[in-house]
Design a protein around this ligand. Sequence first.
Ligand code: NAD
Length: 487
Amino acid sequence: MAIKTPITIAYGDGIGPEIMRATLKILTAANARIEPEVIEIGEKAYQQGFTSGIPDEAWQSLKRTKVLLKSPITTPQGGGYKSLNVTLRKTLSLYANVRPCVAYAPYVETAFPKLDLVIVRENEEDLYAGIEHRQTDEVYQCLKLVSRRGCEQIIRYAFEYAQKFNRKKVTCFTKDNIMKMTDGLFHRIFNQIAAEYPSIKNEHYIIDIGTALLAAEPERFDVIVTLNLYGDIISDVAAQVAGSVGLAGSANIGNQMAMFEAIHGSAPDIAGKNIANPSGLLNGAIQMLVHINQPDIATLIENAWLKTLEDGIHTADIYSDQFSKEKVGTAQFAEAVIARLGQKPSHFKPANYQPGAYTSIECYGDTLVKRSKKELVGVDIFIDNPTDIPASELAKRIATQKTPLELIVMTSRGLKIWPNSTIDAPYLRHCCCRFQSAKNIKQLKALNNADILSLLTQLNGLGLDVIKTENLYTFDGELGFTLAQGQ
Ligand code: NAD
């Protein structure tokens, strides 16, 4: 008898249980070699006091099976709860979110019948790290952290994915014309890794024009790789223009674990009515079968599903008078797919996942880079200035201090307010004072932490309310910070 792969199953909330039952019925009928272990996560777990929505037994099952097929979860309203999805992705190091977006015209309405692309989104870093602070009465910040390792891992994954799934081009989206260091790193690493895959075309767009093109001409894209927040936004744009929000599945991939799901939510408005479309979760399950090396079963199910669409057997969400023949419920749709196992579509290109071709894309982002010589050359000191002390007055007070550091520039939300500010009414309540070891950046000298601590003590003595410091470094003589506007 074939060895069965244990997988963890979460029935989820809202329509979750009915679409999971339908999906598992199809998997069973197709003889998928799986052994499901059911866990309870989501609404019930939140109510039992697990703030992440995930009880301990669920973690134990995930550690054992390393594969999760998950129905959507209802996110509780109100504070105190953590997003279950973000917790799962980060705790299990699921660094790649892989979302295929495909048009199923004419059966599912779309202006782009040839659309067939995959979005590979970085899943652990960027603004999604959730590092947020309130610094003053009026100012809040969210930190965007991007690591070389994180960029390498996701970009290499995108190229490996393109190679294995016979895709021809990888496009990178960043905003590196503005965020030159964080997005700049992503773009640079993209260029480096792209050079290792000469048979795959590569290109880069700034995220704004890239998103506009994705909405207006999505058929030009093949694989898109991007940072976490951009990836989140463009995934929905792509699913929307494909017309397949209700049909698309998504994979969250790590080197040790993986999670598969539908991209839609728990649809509480139609829960329990047997009208939900199970296709999104089924497509997630097809990605899972490829991942656990059952490409034969994935091919069998995808072809039966495509044939069901072609035969006009549709759930209410995609029903149309022109292309549908029969409106069916969730369970009946599953039966229709089961009845077509072994058949191939004639309008759509049949699926044909090759045995052994796709398993274990493992990317670690561990290219050794020579350790650079890091030197402390200055500090940005942020000040809460609720009484609007003018910048020139602050500068005058600071100038009286004894320190090897020199006040170079003062900015507010990135704009220069001292010296020689050209702004009529500068915002003074959140100031950043930039101190450097020399005015001229070519003459910067190494400092030590004691110099910064001494400066902070002196500013404290002046009654200034320091809310944050950010050290300024050079790396092998290269600036590790952007110059302030007007510096
Ligand atoms: P939703 O995707 O649940 O629903 C949006 C609309 O699409 C609704 O009208 C719904 O009836 C319809 N719809 C969704 N899936 C469908 C299906 N399979 N068949 C037919 N119609 C379908 O989005 P929402 O209403 O914004 O969110 C509902 C809940 O789901 C929220 O609590 C949200 O936080 C959660 N959610 C969870 C996930 C997840 O677990 N991965 C993802 C998104 C949203």
